[in-house]
Design a protein around this ligand. Structure first.
Ligand SMILES: C[S@@+](CC[C@H](N)C(=O)[O-])C[C@H]1O[C@@H](n2cnc3c(N)ncnc32)[C@H](O)[C@@H]1O
Length: 225
């Protein structure tokens, strides 16, 4: 929360609205070949953060985050009052099965305590034939093992880490109520690196061992198993 509070102080609120608009436009463009986004579309954003694209998408919209009420207070000028803000966690969603046409979960899974429970909940609340867009920063093998060994001390904000192989197995391997996710499209880009700490030599060693992260996005459809 301290991290977000500092962020809230740092950024111009007008810029926050611009950033949300730009991100929403990019998201809509990405989804549009596969998913109609209309005034009828019911969309949920899980782990929405303080600048969620959902503010600028059409339809009936719900945003869930453990810090939702804090974000509403701290970032109120840039957040839409047309969105229903819900405080909660992805592992235990307060909606019925198949409640949403579209579910977004962007850069959240590695922040949760129980990623498998969160994926099962994503699958449960997406309607059959509906879509889920999930974005995760994936690590290369060496970085993944380094994170598993030392992450709890060096990176407590991310209790979990994934290689893309692990992510794919998790997303496409779960079944809920006789339904699974089918991969529709995939995008990958180099993720921004966090600031490395240490001497130049240590930084060079860290860079050689951990060649960065890929920001991977999976668009999935809920289909019968
Ligand atoms: C890196 S931010 C991403 C925010 C936003 N989705 C985005 O793409 O900018 C991660 C968010 O996940 C939220 N979060 C942490 N644990 C969570 C959980 N168990 N369930 C849902 N959201 C969680 C955090 O509060 C934070 O807002």
């Amino acid at each position: 929360m301290v991290w977000w509070r500092r962020r809230g102080d740092q950024f111009e609120l007008a810029q926050a609205a611009d950033r949300i608009r730009a991100r929403a436009a990019a998201l809509a463009e990405k989804l549009s070949p596969h998913v109609p986004l209309t005034e009828e579309t019911k969309t949920l954003d899980i782990g929405c953060g303080p600048e969620p694209e959902i503010c600028d998408l059409p339809g009936r919209r719900y945003a869930l985050d453990p810090l939702a009420h804090f974000f509403q207070r701290q970032f109120r000028h840039s957040l839409s009052d047309q969105v229903a803000w819900v405080e909660g966690i992805g592992e235990d969603l307060p909606w019925r099965d198949g409640a949403f046409d579209v579910v977004l979960c962007l850069n959240v899974l590695d922040h949760t305590w129980e990623p498998r429970m969160a994926v099962r909940e994503l699958l449960r609340v997406t309607r059959a034939g509906g879509h889920c867009l999930l974005e995760v920063n994936c690590l290369a093998n060496v970085a993944y093992w380094a994170h598993r060994l030392a992450g709890r001390w060096t990176d407590p904000e991310h209790p979990h880490s994934f290689t893309e192989q692990h992510l794919r197995a998790l997303l496409l391997g779960e079944a809920v109520g006789g339904h699974v996710f089918r991969l529709v499209d995939r995008w990958a880009a180099r993720a921004r690196r966090g600031g490395l700490k240490g001497t130049p030599l240590l930084k060079r060693i860290a860079r050689a061992l951990c060649p960065g992260r890929n920001r991977v996005e999976y668009l999935m459809e809920k289909v019968p198993r």
